[in-house]
Design a protein around this ligand. Structure first.
Ligand SMILES: [Mn+2]
Length: 358
């Protein structure tokens, strides 16, 4: 198994690559969507996106897809620091909103996704993580929830407010969309949209050598902001896998989200899906509680026995990347980095014990 670190767009710097390498990482997962780009809803850059009902602010430029040149440059900058680029995490809502919404630009947006997949594959990046969700991450609260009053995020009740027009996946793609709300889809409609998406793009992914890795719903509730969710129980990952038999149809396996599920037996789920060799990479995050009331915890301090998870992964010969996902922020001059260093140190020790039998 390989140790990685996820970095948000504004953190894709040589300084952070060195930080990752110093903590023992060999791989980076890069977010190219900037959840912190604009100040209309969330103007801090503290690296713990929660947002309010305005979400994470503005999505990117709908007419500018990530270029082959920028992907190649990013990868080579990481390689110069001894790191491999393991995955791109998430599509920009601006590039594929009508795939999620089944809107008039759906055909064009599927072509956008195919173009991105080809460019990512061409750059030698093996995985794209995605989250097929209309509401996206919402209803999060932030506070001193973790050990020692460390600032963390969680959920304390759901959010039933409708999604305003021009917004999808918790970001605004059209600020001029006008009044009104996004009509509520049925779960079957959303599953159909996912199936259409997979059928359209997986052949391109196969040709490009790129695995598509689905994140479960975060938070995993059946409805959020009056929109259905897809993978909000562990067993629903199987439905996603069974939609398309391509080996490129895989999972961004988020332990925290799985543990938050009301039917969440994270050990059974880890065994079931790693046995099928469907884990593209792992979000190694711990949590206390389940929806609709949970809080993210330090990696050694939540409901999940993380070492037991590592042993299951080892038993099923998982050899991919694990990243901390998010962690509580530690009280010091570098809250995000300290939290990540703590999680990475724990994970590195766990891997040494489980993999090397130390
Ligand atoms: Mn996750």
């Amino acid at each position: 198994m390989k140790l990685g670190l996820g970095l948000y767009r504004h953190m894709l710097t040589r300084e952070n690559y060195r930080f990752a390498r110093q903590a023992g990482c060999t791989h980076i997962v890069a977010h190219l969507v900037d959840y912190f780009r604009q100040g209309d809803a969330n103007d801090d850059r503290e690296n713990q996106p929660t947002g309010g009902r305005g979400g994470w602010g503005r999505a990117g430029d709908p007419d500018t897809l990530w270029s082959a040149a920028e992907l190649i440059a990013m990868k080579s900058e990481m390689q110069a620091e001894g790191l491999e680029l393991a995955a791109i995490e998430n599509f920009d809502p601006a590039h594929w909103y009508d795939v999620l919404l089944d809107g008039p630009k759906k055909a064009q947006h599927l072509e956008n996704v195919k173009t991105i997949i080809r460019r990512v594959g061409g750059a030698g990046i093996p995985v794209i993580g995605y989250n097929f969700s209309i509401a996206g991450v919402a209803a999060r609260v932030k506070g001193p929830f973790a050990r020692g009053h460390a600032e963390s995020v969680g959920m304390d009740g759901t959010d039933d407010t409708p999604l305003p027009r021009g917004m999808v996946w918790n970001m605004v793609y059209d600020p001029d969309a006008g009044a009104g709300v996004v009509p509520t889809a049925t779960p079957e409609q959303l599953w159909q949209r996912l199936g259409d998406f997979l059928d359209a793009v997986l052949p391109v992914a196969e040709a490009a050598g790129v695995t598509l890795a689905a994140h479960p719903d975060d938070p995993p509730v059946p409805m959020l902001r009056q929109q259905p969710r897809l993978v909000y129980q562990p067993g629903l990952y199987q439905r996603l896998i069974d939609l398309n038999p391509s080996p490129r149809n895989a999972l961004e396996f988020c332990l925290g989200s799985l543990a938050e599920m009301t039917e969440g037996d994270v050990y059974e789920a880890t065994d079931r899906y790693s046995r099928q060799r469907r884990l593209a990479y792992v979000h190694f995050r711990n949590v206390r509680g389940k929806v609709p009331t949970y809080k993210e915890a330090f990696v050694d301090d939540g409901d999940i026995d993380m070492i037991r998870v590592l042993r299951i992964l080892k038993a099923n010969a998982y050899d991919g990347v694990l990243i901390p996902d998010h962690t509580p922020q530690m009280t010091c001059g570098a809250p995000w980095h300290a939290g990540m260093a703590y999680a990475l140190g724990y994970l590195r020790a766990g891997l040494q014990v489980v993999e090397e039998g130390r």
